[in-house]
Design a protein around this ligand. Structure first.
Ligand SMILES: CC(C)(COP(=O)(O)OP(=O)(O)OC[C@H]1O[C@@H](n2cnc3c(N)ncnc32)[C@H](O)[C@@H]1OP(=O)(O)O)[C@@H](O)C(=O)NCCC(=O)NCCS
Length: 235
């Protein structure tokens, strides 16, 4: 399912059951004191990552958390991983095709009380309120949360800077199942050539919401850097 939300260059592997693999010693060290559920999600999502590496013709390598927990991939790749109850996925893409990628999975159920207020802008709460009535099959508040998690997973490995929930404002197209996250960046951060928006796709599968963002490395006639410097909304 998650592959349908991503460009063809991305290799996606997902699992709805837990998998047994022998972790590399460095990986096992990461979860030596973790509770069983954390050990399962950590192990299964690395099974997904190994499958994806294999499909790209690459050998299995340890997938270790780097700065702020961002997974470390072989240099020629970008990648992202997610896990929630009943769902795990890893995606990888050649850096020559995709310069940043982020995926997230969340249960398709409303957020706990008061969380929405802490992660959203009033404009976002407006579309959530409208869509709650017209399309109740999606937990739109949870979707917003998932989109912002995907935004962070795309942003952080690219920029190695923090990004808060208040730093993105998201609009969705509920029919096309796409979204755009505008990044509300300081002038100083914009001056670095940081991207000012991310486009992505969302979907649902078996009680799980999925969101995905993939930034193309280049578009015809443009460099990735030039793309990222365009002002918000200009394409
Ligand atoms: C890091 C974070 C995004 C993870 O999301 P989550 O929904 O809690 O958890 P998921 O299961 O979907 O994803 C976990 C995976 O994310 C990846 N991840 C963790 N930190 C990351 C980072 N800084 N950058 C990119 N990916 C990261 C890891 O692969 C992790 O799996 P692992 O621990 O088994 O290696 C989240 O915990 C967080 O810190 N959010 C606050 C920041 C934020 O979202 N800001 C909003 C910006 S608009």
């Amino acid at each position: 399912m998650i592959s349908t939300l991503l460009p063809a260059a991305a290799v996606a592997v997902e699992s709805t059951t837990d998998r047994e693999i022998v972790l590399f010693p460095e990986e096992a060290h990461q979860i030596r004191n973790a509770v069983v559920e954390r050990q399962r999600e950590f192990t299964t999502v690395r099974w997904c990552a190994r499958q994806a590496l294999g499909r790209l013709g690459l050998p299995e390598v340890p997938v270790l958390p780097g700065r702020r927990g961002a997974p470390q991939w072989p240099g020629q790749l970008v990648g992202s991983m997610t896990h929630c109850a009943g769902y795990r996925a890893a995606v990888l893409a050649p850096r020559s095709e995709v310069c940043a990628i982020g995926i997230d999975a969340e249960p398709n159920a409303p957020l706990p009380d008061k969380v929405l207020e802490s992660i959203s802008h009033p404009e976002e709460r407006d579309w959530i309120a409208r869509l709650r009535w017209s399309a109740p099959e999606v937990a739109w508040d949870r979707l917003l949360f998932s989109i912002k998690e995907s935004v962070y997973k795309t942003w952080f490995p690219l920029m190695t800077r923090e990004l808060g929930f208040e730093d993105a404002i998201v609009m969705v197209d509920p029919v096309a199942r796409t979204f755009r996250a505008h990044l509300l960046l300081d002038r100083e951060v914009r001056a670095t050539g940081a991207p000012t928006w991310f486009d992505g796709r969302f979907g649902t599968t078996g009680g799980v919401l999925l969101t995905a963002i993939a930034l193309p490395a280049r578009q015809p006639g443009r460099t990735a850097d030039a793309d990222r410097q365009l002002p918000s909304g200009v394409r």
